[in-house]
Design a protein around this ligand. Structure first.
Ligand code: ATP
Length: 458
């Protein structure tokens, strides 16, 4: 077991994060002009870029670092039997309690986190007027119908996890990929859950993206690979700049384990609302392959040509949410400081995660500076994600870039016309150095490949 790390207090409120995301066009409440729809968000330009970068780093960690892992993209709507076999139709439920007085609905196992609709009572059940029902099981899957008829025969579900798409393709992948255990199948895609406990921004939404990898191993090697993936996944977060004081591994107790799991550990992050799951790393044993074998009649096993025996591999599953990871990266990067008497808000994101790597800025909009800056911008953006901005004072433009986490500012000034140099401003140290404009794109591309540590650690 990897030891829990030292801890620290949350440094930023969720409201501050929500405000920054809205102000800078990362994330908007969905259907806002109609009053919104609960726990559903739309991603704006920088949100799309940031989440894409999170996913790209995940793919890199899976595929570039592991030749034994292959990619998959399975369908959202699958045969309804998939969810019978997986146990989701029977077991994917949360116990719910309704309050007859305030008409609110709560998860029975999360009453302590819930707020009662009646003040000054804090939690449901604490006010004399609270009138709670018994707990009832509520299935989290969204139902839909396939084809023109809406009857019980046409019921289908929006997938509540991406993992089952991997298990039902086990045979296909094995045939084409010619891998032997240990080997992995990785997938990123949307999942849907009719969540009850919502309200922590993109931490828990009804539609979200999962990054899941199923790692098929010889049964006796499962504990070893479980340990391996816990360490790998912790390292992924710290390599991308999350400070280890805000991360810990927590092992599930026996009454907490999912129906399929023999051991699960969560990587938890210290979100503004407290320690919460960031990613689960489960030892699923052979549950899924055996279930699908039973329900489909297809043998899902591996034939070992050396021993001439077939066996059902065990599965280790690191399962992360792209949106939840993105939230953790934003929270961990968020910083404020006073510079020359003015408050500055800055996202100290790992440069590889930053939506924009370089902003090219003419110091003023005259004396040929915009034209020179545009030419440099065209060159830079062919190598790294860049943005050109000429509106407003240079200070305002820097602050805008700081808030979206742009690590480098390239400023074209009067001297550029004389000697072809520009200034390169560092988002974190605020240092400015003069460099030739020529070759600056390559210089930044090289910097992006370097190891990085959060300046908040210094
Ligand atoms: P939780 O206990 O927070 O509901 P879970 O244990 O049900 O999560 P898993 O089924 O293990 O979650 O899913 C794996 C990962 O998918 C989670 O660690 C999380 O990052 C992400 N995830 C799950 N549900 C949601 C959701 N409703 N919104 C955003 N991300 C989610």
């Amino acid at each position: 077991m990897v030891p829990a790390q030292e801890t620290r207090a949350p440094e930023v409120t969720l409201d501050e994060i929500v405000a920054l995301c809205k102000r800078r066009g990362f994330i908007f409440p969905s259907s806002e002009i109609y009053g919104g729809i609960g726990s559903t968000y739309d991603y704006g330009h920088y949100g799309v870029l940031l989440r894409n970068n999170v996913k790209a780093e995940w793919w890199r960690a899976m595929l570039s670092d592991h030749e034994e892992i292959v990619a998959l993209d399975s369908a959202v709507i699958q045969h309804p039997k998939v969810w019978e076999a997986s146990g989701h139709i029977g077991g994917f439920t949360d116990p719910l309690i309704d309050c007859r007085t305030c008409k609110l609905r709560f998860r029975a196992d999360k009453l302590e986190d819930a707020e009662c609709g009646r003040k000054p009572s804090k939690h449901p059940g604490e006010h004399s007027e609270c009138d709670l029902t018994e707990a009832r099981q509520f299935n989290l899957m969204f139902e839909t119908h396939v084809g023109p008829l809406k009857d019980s025969a046409s019921v289908a579900y929006l997938r509540p996890e991406t993992a089952q798409g991997i298990f039902i393709n086990f045979k296909n992948v094995l045939q084409f990929a010619r891998r032997k255990p240990p080997f992995g199948i990785a997938q990123i895609g949307k999942s849907f859950r009719n969540e009850i406990t919502t309200g922590n921004f993109i931490f828990r939404t009804r539609e979200f993206e999962q990054m899941e990898m199923e790692y098929f191993v010889p049964p006796d090697e499962a504990p070893k690979w479980h340990e391996y993936w816990m360490e790998e996944r912790m390292r992924w977060f710290t390599d991308l700049g999350i400070r280890s004081a805000g991360l810990r591994l927590r092992e599930h107790g026996p009454d907490e384990l999912s129906h399929y799991s023999s051991a699960t550990s969560d990587i938890e992050y210290l979100f503004p609302m407290g320690w919460s799951e960031l990613e689960g790393i489960a030892n699923r044993g052979d549950f899924d392959l055996r279930q699908h074998t039973e329900f489909s009649g297809e043998k899902l096993e591996y034939f070992d040509p050396d021993t001439k025996e077939a066996y059902v591999p065990h599965v280790i599953e690191p399962a992360a949410g792209a949106d939840r990871a993105m939230l953790a990266f934003i929270v961990d990067a968020y910083d404020t400081e006073e510079v020359e008497g003015r408050k500055r808000t800055v996202l100290r994101l790992h440069p590889r995660l930053a939506p924009v790597k370089a902003a090219v800025l003419p110091l003023v909009s005259k004396e040929g500076m915009p034209e020179r800056a545009r030419a440099i911008y065209d060159e830079v953006r062919s190598k790294v994600a860049a943005e050109y901005d000429e509106g407003g004072s240079i200070g305002r433009r820097y602050r805008r870039q700081d808030e979206i986490g742009t690590p480098w500012g390239i400023t074209v000034d009067g001297q550029t016309a004389d000697d072809g140099t520009v200034t390169l401003r560092d988002r974190d140290s605020l240092e400015q150095v003069r460099l030739p404009a020529e070759g600056i794109a390559e210089h930044l591309a090289a910097k992006l490949a370097e190891a990085w540590r959060s300046p908040k650690l210094d």
